[in-house]
Design a protein. Structure first.
Length: 443
């Protein structure tokens, strides 16, 4: 009689976890979708006020900010998500140790980055943007990088507690606030007004999430001080390969944008391809939002050795991602002309825009496999599979962009995404052959 009771208990727990996952995914996807809509409205507002060339400068600067912040942070926010979700029920002292380690690291790197870059703002402005007049923008950008690093650590901890609904509500609220700030700031201060509004939004977000994290820690019984976790182990086993992936991916993308910006009328081309990236982001939305919810679930499955449910979740996410990315790409492709009118872009560049949008399909499908491997802390496997992507990206951007400008960037971007997807499918096949379908092992 004990075995049937045990089986029913297990089935009940699995069913409850599935319902929680579905609720988190619906909340996070829906509200993140609304946030992305506000973000698109924000970009159209900025493009109309600044003009295409200055808008290209804005996009290149924000691409640089995102790349630098991701690398400087060593992806410790993602590290916090995986290990807080893994330990918060089974080892509360370790969970507390992960939170303390990542938060201290975030503040140290953020402050050090500002101290090392702000004094050289004029030189950086001349090298990156071609004019020392952007010196004040570089100072604000360094502050934005610092705020992004601290915010990323905090997001990682909150996601480790699976506070997805609350996190999405905060983000959409602040997106509306930032949109209002951008509307007021861009008219009066131009690019600097946009930077100030975004920084203010991140500061407000930090205050709100800090309260939520403290509440969750109290509720879960996680102590103020922890132990059993070393910074070195977090970095060597997870954060370093994760950072290397982010560094390689970010550098390849940034290099393509930088080479494009150096061509005649280059910032106009940067505006076109980055607008394509922005408009493919709704196509990546479902995969990104559901994937954010899925990583803690995959982490729990890896900890418990539940390979069956991990495989079922991956298959489910793959089919959803395939259908939504293909359908969404078609919609955006047919609306390319209207989108160019909204941004007041020159009529050239449609082909580049469409190819950038289409690259969302292989990118979305690849991310499904990465989500399972991230949850299982198999970051070294993911890094190895990125090596061909890095090499193809460096070659294709360096060769194609100088010859074909924005169109060359779009082709290189799509080619890199297809190569990465092929490597991931081969890696998954090899895992299935060598481990009987179990791809959730340790790194």
């Amino acid at each position: 009689m004990a075995e049937p009771d045990f089986d029913r208990r297990v089935q009940s727990e699995v069913s409850a976890l599935s319902r929680t996952f579905d609720q988190n995914a619906i909340w996070f996807t829906g509200l993140t979708g609304a946030e992305r809509v506000l973000a698109v409205l924000q970009t159209m507002l900025i493009a109309n006020v600044l003009g295409q060339t200055e808008y290209g400068v804005y996009l290149f600067l924000f691409t640089t900010i995102g790349t630098v912040a991701s690398v400087a942070a060593l992806q410790m926010g993602l590290t916090a998500t995986v290990f807080v979700s893994r330990y918060r029920e089974t080892d509360k002292a370790k969970a507390a140790g992960v939170i303390a380690t990542t938060e201290r690291f975030g503040w140290f790197v953020a402050l050090a980055f500002v101290a090392l870059t702000a004094p050289f703002s004029q030189v950086l402005a001349e090298r990156l943007l071609g004019s020392a007049e952007y010196g004040s923008s570089i100072v604000l950008a360094s502050l934005l990088v610092a705020a992004t690093i601290v915010s990323g650590m905090q997001d990682g901890v909150a996601q480790g507690f699976e506070e997805f609904a609350f996190l999405a509500k905060v983000k959409i609220l602040l997106s509306a606030v930032v949109l209002g700030g951008v509307y007021l700031g861009v008219e009066r201060l131009g690019l600097n007004g946009v930077l100030i509004a975004v920084i203010a939004g991140l500061v407000l977000k930090w205050l709100i999430l800090q309260w939520a994290i403290n509440r969750d820690r109290t509720k879960a019984g996680i102590p103020a001080a922890g132990g059993g976790v070393s910074f070195r182990s977090l970095v060597s086993n997870f954060a370093f390969p994760s950072m290397a992936i982010s560094l390689g991916t970010g550098y390849v993308t940034w290099l393509g944008a930088f080479i494009l910006s150096q061509q005649p009328g280059g910032f106009d081309g940067v505006a076109v391809v980055n607008t394509g990236i922005q408009w493919r982001s709704p196509l990546l939305l479902l995969a990104s939002a559901v994937g954010t919810v899925a990583v803690p679930a995959f982490s729990r499955y890896a900890e418990s050795g539940d390979h069956v449910n991990a495989g079922q979740l991956k298959s489910r996410l793959f089919m959803i991602s395939l259908l939504t990315s293909v359908a969404g790409s078609l919609v955006v492709m047919f609306g390319a002309g209207q989108i160019f009118d909204w941004y007041r872009f020159a009529p050239t560049g449609h082909d580049a825009f469409i190819l950038v949008v289409v690259s969302a399909i292989p990118t979305v499908l690849t991310q499904v496999y990465f989500q399972q491997w991230v949850g299982a802390a198999r970051m070294w496997r993911i890094l190895v599979l990125h090596v061909p992507y890095f090499l193809i990206g460096l070659w294709s951007f360096s060769v194609l962009v100088p010859r074909y400008h924005a169109f060359g960037y779009a082709v290189a971007n799509l080619l890199s995404a297809v190569v990465l997807m092929a490597c991931v499918l081969i890696g998954n096949y090899v895992d299935g052959r060598t481990k009987g379908g179990d791809v959730s092992g340790r790194a």
